[in-house]
Design a protein around this ligand. Structure first.
Ligand code: NOJ
Length: 545
């Protein structure tokens, strides 16, 4: 086992409640994951990352954790967890679990204790409690807004306020409190001892805060985009002391455990989360926002490659996850060449009607983009369902929406449920093979065409493209990377000095394919022309200058 396996791994994200249900409650579970190990194995991935499966009231899809060292009884038991890890390891698949250290849930024993304890008590010091402002302290301590919308402060029954940068059910922890720090070390060891190979660190940029009085009003907060560590709430330099301590814990294990940061920070500061005294990787979300445009992709790729090279780290590539509109949909909307994220948000608000989605175009581009990222040096994080070419479900009835973002934004943001609908395993049956019961989010009819069963049988399906691409990638991977100088408009061509080339046509006209033997393509190739919205891997035998 190499200890830096993660540096070029293909990691598959499982959102457990929507992956596979071994029972009939319509909620995916750990036994469901275990039952699908042969499928995961057939994909050719190196690891799975499991979004939270801990006890939770699901105020934020499980990112509101009641107990960090247990399994939600609806999802199974610790024994089920152990069985799942054993089965995955036997298949050569490593396991990354999600750690949520910025906030607990409001049902966590510490928060219950804090509410019952008096002001200024040690129990309250584990969180961020403050007196309110205005007459009788009836107004929040500051005008800070939560990420999901609305005030970032909620009032406790005795009138004090507590900070929640996300939903009110997610009170922020006070990371200046030694007990909080010690408890997370216990949690890391708890899962590392159970054999997990790594951790994904939720909101890694948020743990430490400068809450000295007076609290800075929102209008005077620095812009995170050009942050220099002076923002009181995000990306503070002190947070790295925590990760240095965690790193010592990871390194106690053989092989050492790894960690990947979800750090939503200025790209120039991302590398700070990574290093021998810190975490191993930081997610690079730049492509989630990239327009379908060669120059924009190139600029974002350049930045990530340069950053990770200078930090001695490995790049990470993400096109979809449980927080964003699926990339097949982003690229199939008319705004894709301009601002796909905004267009996708508007499309969701219109229940998936405006602007009209071109499913085929989106899927063709999504396959091309996936092949491009799979050819880049570094690791890729794939999100369940993207290997089926799934689109976002845009028309979930609002009364069924779980995401707190929807209500807290006053309905101005539809939220993230559309990418969290349980995935289809079969083309028929009450929940397309996901569960014997009613799925916790309804699946649309069109899921039938994207099911594992439908695609398994089709050599041209997205699923087969992923399988073959991942198999090929595992033979080709290496660390070298260089752009190929050429003049084809709207085409990106790079060379992996280990001996393969990748070219993507972002334009609307075919371009001539460079000389070389085609290894693999995201769409059928006729002759020596590269069609629009297509990626080809080939062997040119050339060394870039
Ligand atoms: C990031 C997670 O990916 C997201 O799903 C969650 O809502 C927030 N962190 C808060 O935990």
């Amino acid at each position: 086992m190499t200890s830096d396996w993660w540096a070029d791994a293909a990691v598959y994200q499982i959102y457990p409640r929507s992956f596979a249900d071994s029972g009939d409650d319509g909620l995916g579970d750990l036994r469901g994951v275990t039952s699908r190990v042969p499928y995961l194995s057939s994909l050719g991935i190196d690891a799975v990352w499991l979004s939270p499966f801990y006890p939770s009231a699901l105020a934020d899809g499980g990112y509101d954790v009641d107990d960090y060292r247990d399994v939600d009884p609806r999802l199974g038991t610790l024994d089920d967890f152990d069985e799942m890890v054993t089965a995955l390891h036997s298949a050569g698949i490593r396991v990354i679990v999600d750690l949520v250290p910025n906030h607990t849930s409001d049902r966590h024993a510490w928060f219950t204790e804090a509410l019952a304890a008096p002001k200024g008590s040690p129990a309250r010091d584990r969180y961020v409690f403050r007196d309110g402002t205005g007459p009788d302290g009836a107004s929040p301590p500051s005008d800070w807004q939560s990420i999901f919308g609305g005030s970032a402060w909620a009032q406790a029954p005795d009138g004090q306020w507590y900070l929640h940068m996300f939903a009110p059910e997610q009170p922020d922890l006070n990371w200046d409190n030694p007990e909080v720090r010690a408890d997370f070390l216990t949690t890391l060891r708890f899962w590392a001892d159970r054999g997990v190979d790594g951790f994904r660190i939720d909101v890694a940029h948020g743990l430490t805060k400068d809450l000295s009085e007076p609290l800075t009003p929102t209008a005077e907060l620095p812009d995170l985009a050009d942050a220099d560590g002076s923002h009181p709430l995000w990306d503070r330099d002190e947070v790295h002391d925590i990760y240095a301590e965690w790193r010592r814990v990871f390194d106690e294990y053989d092989p050492p455990r790894m960690a990947v940061a979800e750090a939503c920070v200025a790209p120039s500061r991302r590398h700070r989360y990574v290093g021998v005294d810190g975490l191993h990787q930081a997610f690079n979300f730049d492509l989630l926002e990239a327009a379908w445009d060669a120059e924009e992709f190139r600029a974002r790729i350049d930045r990530q490659v340069a950053e990770t090279e200078s930090a001695g780290a490995s790049a990470t590539w993400v096109l979809s996850n449980h927080d964003v509109v699926r990339h097949a949909t982003r690229y199939g909307l008319p705004g894709a060449e301009d601002n796909p994220r905004e267009t996708a948000a508007a499309w969701l608000l219109s229940d998936g009607t405006e602007p009209p989605l071109d499913r085929d175009l989106g899927l063709r581009r999504a396959r091309a983009a996936t092949l491009l990222t799979l050819a880049l040096p570094g690791s890729v994080y794939l999100y369940q369902g993207e290997e089926l070419g799934l689109h976002e479900v845009g028309d979930l009835p609002t009364e069924l929406i779980h995401d707190p973002e929807f209500r807290r934004s006053g309905g101005t943001r539809k939220g993230r449920d559309g990418c969290r609908v349980p995935i289809p395993w079969t083309s028929d049956g009450p929940s397309f093979g996901f569960s014997r019961g009613t799925p916790h989010l309804p699946q649309p009819e069109w899921f039938a065409d994207y099911s594992v069963a439908a695609e398994d049988a089709d050599p041209h399906s997205t699923l087969e493209i992923y399988r073959r691409a991942l198999a090929l990638r595992s033979k080709l991977r290496g660390r070298g990377f260089a752009w190929h100088d050429e003049t084809r408009p709207q085409a990106l061509h790079f060379v992996r000095p280990e001996g393969w080339d990748c070219i993507t046509n972002f334009g609307s006209r075919p371009v001539p394919l460079p000389e070389g033997t085609i290894l693999f393509a995201s769409a059928p190739i006729d002759g020596r022309l590269l069609p629009p919205d297509t990626t080809v891997w080939f062997l040119s035998g050339e060394t870039p200058t």
